[in-house]
Design a protein around this ligand. Structure first.
Ligand code: C5P
Length: 230
C-alpha cells in the first residue's frame, strides 16, 4: 500500500509539468525574470504580450481601425507570429495598439487556446503577461506579480528606447505608461491585476539579479510545498 502511494507520488512529481505564471506592469522586469526562470528550470517561455503587440501591428499595417471588433478578432485568430520582426513589435506605437486591441473581449478570447495549449505542454512552461495567473492559468503552480514605481519604470523604458535609437522624453514616457496602466487595469475583460495567491516582487529598488533571485526563491518554495503535499 505504502509502495503504491509512493509510486503514485513519484509518477505525479515526474509527469505533472510545472506552470509558472508571471504577471505585472510594463517595464517592471517581468520579461527578464521570465526568461531567466525558463533557463534555470528548463521551461518553455511564452511572452504573451507579443500576441497582442502582433495583433496591434497587424491592424496598423492593414489600416484596420482599432475599434473594428470583427476585423481585429479575425486578425487575432489568423495571427502568424513569424511574420513580425521583433523590432517592429517593440515600438511605443505597437505597445499602444496592443493595449487597445487587448481591451476587446473577442480578441482576448481568440488568443486563449494558444496560450493554454502552450502552458500545458510537456516539460512545463513559464508565461508572462497581465492575466496569466488570473485567467489563462489560474491553477499555475507558481504565480509571481512583478511591479515597480511608475517613475522608475518610465526611466527604464525611456532608456531602453533611447538605446534602440527611438528616444522619448521621460515625461512623455510617464504619460504613456499612465495611459496604458489605466487602460489595462480598468478594462472589463481580464483586467491587469495581481492574483490573490501571487507572490509580489517590487523591483523599484532591486537590481535585476536580486529580483531574479527572489523569483527563484519563490519558485523553489512553491515546488517544495507542492512535492510535500503530493
Ligand atoms: O507586456 P507587453 O508590454 O508586451 O504587453 C503589451 C500590451 O498587451 C499590454 O499593455 C496589455 O494591454 C496587453 N497584454 C494583455 N494581456 C497579456 C499580455 C499583454 O492584455 N497577457
Amino acid at each position: 500500500m505504502r509502495k503504491a502511494r509512493l509510486d503514485f507520488r513519484l509518477r505525479k512529481q515526474h509527469f505533472s509539468p510545472m506552470i509558472v505564471a508571471i504577471d505585472g506592469t510594463l517595464a517592471s522586469g517581468k520579461g527578464t525574470i521570465a526568461r531567466q526562470v525558463a533557463r534555470k528550470y528548463g521551461l518553455a517561455h511564452m511572452d504573451t504580450g507579443r500576441l497582442y503587440r502582433a495583433t496591434g501591428v497587424a491592424a496598423l499595417r492593414s489600416g484596420t481601425p482599432l475599434d473594428d471588433v470583427s476585423a481585429l478578432t479575425k486578425l487575432a485568430e489568423t495571427l502568424d507570429l513569424d511574420a513580425f520582426e521583433e523590432a517592429s513589435l517593440r515600438t511605443a506605437e505597437a505597445g499602444q495598439a496592443a493595449s487597445k486591441v487587448a481591451a476587446i473581449a473577442e480578441v482576448r478570447a481568440a488568443l486563449v487556446t494558444l496560450q493554454r495549449t502552450f502552458a500545458h505542454r510537456d516539460g512545463g512552461a513559464v508565461l508572462d503577461g497581465r492575466d496569466i495567473g488570473t485567467v489563462i492559468c489560474p491553477q499555475a503552480d507558481v504565480k509571481l506579480w512583478i511591479d515597480a514605481d511608475i517613475a522608475e519604470r518610465a526611466r527604464r523604458r525611456s532608456k531602453e528606447l533611447a538605446a534602440a535609437g527611438k528616444p522619448i522624453s521621460q515625461a512623455n514616457m510617464l504619460a504613456e505608461l499612465q495611459e496604458r496602466d489605466t487602460r489595462d487595469r480598468t478594462r472589463k475583460t481580464a483586467p491587469m491585476k495581481m492574483a490573490q495567491d501571487a507572490v509580489l516582487i517590487d523591483t523599484t529598488d532591486l537590481g535585476i539579479d536580486a529580483a531574479v533571485e527572489r523569483a527563484f526563491a519563490a519558485i523553489d518554495a512553491a515546488m517544495a510545498r507542492r512535492n510535500r503535499s503530493l
